[in-house]
Design a binder for this molecule. Structure first.
Ligand SMILES: NC(=O)c1ccc[n+]([C@@H]2O[C@H](COP(=O)([O-])OP(=O)(O)OC[C@H]3O[C@@H](n4cnc5c(N)ncnc54)[C@H](OP(=O)(O)O)[C@@H]3O)[C@@H](O)[C@H]2O)c1
Length: 231
């Protein structure tokens, strides 16, 4: 039974991916800070029969990351780590001339430091399993949108960390996956008061990542829309 560790599995894209993988017989380990939201997904996963684990906690905590990797690797292998949990930072999105620096540091802890730290923790078992690492990217990592400098720069940094990881760990597959706009709470927070009902549900984006994972595509940065046809 393949095993996936997905951060931020309590809602949005992480939740949709966890349920999709579990439906296909994967064992998934997910986290999130809100225990109630996490338990709701845990209930879903239980009905799918997969022996999955939910662990409430914050990805910036070393002991929480250790617990995630321990749970995911208890059978000795780990096939997939998805660095999905992220924060948008302060909203409304502040321009750089008044970006609160303490909030920028917190943003980088969640979006940059924690994903690398999780990979460091998981690397021994990932190496022995020949596993795959996915980090969720964004078009804000490559474009300079007004107000998106904090979040976008964190995603750019995380992209480059994972791109470098691919070079340093050639036996692993390492993907930066840009899902495009999705109708989630993060997206709503970025556009307060706006109707985002025209954005696709995260469940409709998951097949693109599953197609990428099922392919023999080399490590690199991929956009969901490029995989939507084959999905
Ligand atoms: N939605 C979009 O349009 C869009 C576009 C491009 C890229 N992305 C990227 O896609 C990924 C998923 O986004 P989404 O829209 O699904 O986000 P979301 O709906 O806000 O969900 C984020 C998930 O991460 C968890 N999380 C956040 N901070 C955490 C922390 N410090 N520790 C542990 N868990 C934490 C949240 O649970 P708790 O809050 O309970 O901790 C939740 O489960 C993110 O990396 C995002 O940057 C999204």
């Amino acid at each position: 039974m393949p095993v996936a560790l997905i951060t931020g599995g309590s809602r949005g894209f992480g939740r949709a991916l966890a349920i999709d993988l579990a439906t296909d017989g994967w064992r998934v380990v997910i986290d999130g800070r809100d225990p109630a939201a996490l338990q709701e997904v845990g209930g879903w996963l239980a009905t799918l029969g997969a022996r999955s684990t939910v662990i409430a906690g914050d990805v910036t905590s070393p002991t929480h990351r250790r617990a995630l990797v321990d749970a995911a690797s208890e059978t000795g292998s780990l096939d997939l780590v998805v660095n999905n949990a992220s924060t948008l930072g302060p909203t409304p999105l502040p321009p750089l001339d008044r970006y609160p620096l303490d909030e920028l540091r917190r943003l980088y802890e969640v979006n940059v430091v924690a994903p690398l730290a999780l990979v460091q923790e998981a690397l021994p078992v990932l190496r022995s399993s020949g596993g795959t690492v996915v980090s969720l990217s964004s078009d804000a990592a490559v474009e300079g949108y007004e107000g998106w400098g904090g979040y976008g720069s964190s995603k750019a940094a995380t992209d480059l960390l994972h791109r470098t990881l691919a070079v340093e760990e050639p036996a692993l597959r390492v993907y930066q996956f840009d899902p495009g706009d999705m109708r989630t709470s993060m997206h709503q927070a970025a556009f307060p008061g706006e109707d985002i009902s025209d954005r696709p549900e995260p469940e409709s984006v998951v097949p693109a990542l599953r197609a990428l994972l099922a392919s023999d595509a080399p490590s690199g940065r991929y956009r969901a829309e490029a995989w939507a046809v084959s999905a």
